[in-house]
Design a binder for this molecule. Structure first.
Ligand code: NAI
Length: 302
């Protein structure tokens, strides 16, 4: 292991081997898309059972993709799925998984301390050229990167759920991220077939910074009794061209997530009234009504 490698010697890295830490919804999706576009992927999680589920998720999602893509040739579809899954190896040992890696994408729990601990351990073992990226939705990339000695090779790579379907990736640079690192992350996103946009390391980046306050404003409008949930949703769909209304979207995302994100924004910018909490949202979360995943949120689901 080479230590103290001069970062200026690290040129625009072409990414072939990708290690993804966290095989949940997002990590499995990122692994699928990276493997589908020819990368060698190592997917890491805390247990073999979880990783089995991750591979099942990837196979299920690939089946949906190939059903459309290979509708006239189902055997070619099967062959494609097999090839992609072969590109994904799994591991419960993050430290050894990063050793041949050009890029590490972290998609573990949304907790600063846990992410910092992970990256600080990996920093000691990953090769000098390896770029680190976090898929965090609400934490500061700078805060996460501060646990490493490769802040020039650290950025945000923020995917959207479901990863296989959503075209956007937000590429986030901190003041310490080098231009070469940003270029590598932008190129990687394009190779995945996504459209990257760039944003500074600010709360919520572009999309969540606009979407989450919009959901909170919708809740406040409803709490004041100015309009019904249903009418607010219809209004934003038919009047603003949103594919889902703000209450439908909040239920889809999960009300616990919406609450956590707005609280994270508030911590960074306590005086911004757009980031105020909502009694109704807090009550629903306390009652375990978290949206579609629990069968009830703002709406009830069968
Ligand atoms: P998830 O809960 O589905 O998956 C997280 C996975 O990480 C779990 O399988 C867990 O076992 C694993 N994990 C936890 N700690 C670990 C560790 N120390 N080492 C290895 N694996 C570990 O969560 P999800 O939804 O996939 O989110 C992951 C990250 O992506 C979070 O930072 C979240 O903010 C971000 N994100 C989530 C989006 C979403 O819509 N769910 C969208 C964009 C970003």
């Amino acid at each position: 292991i080479v230590r103290g490698f001069s970062s200026s010697a690290v040129r625009n890295v072409v990414i072939k081997n990708v290690t993804i830490i966290g095989g949940g919804q997002m990590g499995a999706g990122i692994a699928q898309v990276a493997a589908s576009t020819g990368h060698s992927v190592t997917l890491v999680d805390t247990s073999g059972d979880i990783l089995k589920k991750s591979i099942k998720m990837i196979e299920g999602s690939l089946k949906r993709v190939t059903k459309k893509k290979f509708s006239d040739k189902p055997e070619a579809g099967e062959e494609f799925i097999k090839k992609v899954v072969q590109k994904v190896s799994t591991s419960t040992d993050a430290e050894s998984a990063v050793q041949g890696s050009d890029l590490v994408v972290e998609a573990i729990v949304e907790n600063l301390k846990i992410k910092q601990d992970l990256f600080s351990r990996l920093d000691k073992l990953a090769p000098p050229h390896t770029i680190f990226a976090s898929n965090t939705s609400s934490l500061s990339i700078c805060d996460i990167a501060s646990s490493t000695n490769r802040q020039d090779r650290f950025g945000g790579l923020h995917f959207f759920n479901p990863v296989a379907m959503m075209k956007l990736v937000e590429v986030i640079g901190t003041p310490a991220t080098s231009q070469d690192t940003l270029d590598s992350l932008l190129d990687f996103s394009k190779v995945l077939g996504k459209t990257p946009v760039s944003c500074k390391d600010t709360s919520g980046f572009i999309v969540n910074r606009l979407l989450v306050p919009c959901m909170m404003e919708a809740v406040r409008l409803y709490e004041r009794g100015d309009a019904s949930k249903e009418d607010i949703d219809i209004g934003m769909k038919l009047g603003a061209g949103y594919p889902m209304g703000p209450f439908e979207l909040a239920d889809y995302v999960g009300l616990d997530i919406v609450k956590a994100v707005i609280e994270a924004f508030k911590t960074k910018d306590p005086n911004n009234p757009l980031f105020d909490s909502s009694d109704l949202l807090n009550k629903l979360v306390a009652e375990g009504k978290l949206g579609i995943k629990t069968g009830e949120g703002f709406y009830k689901y069968k």
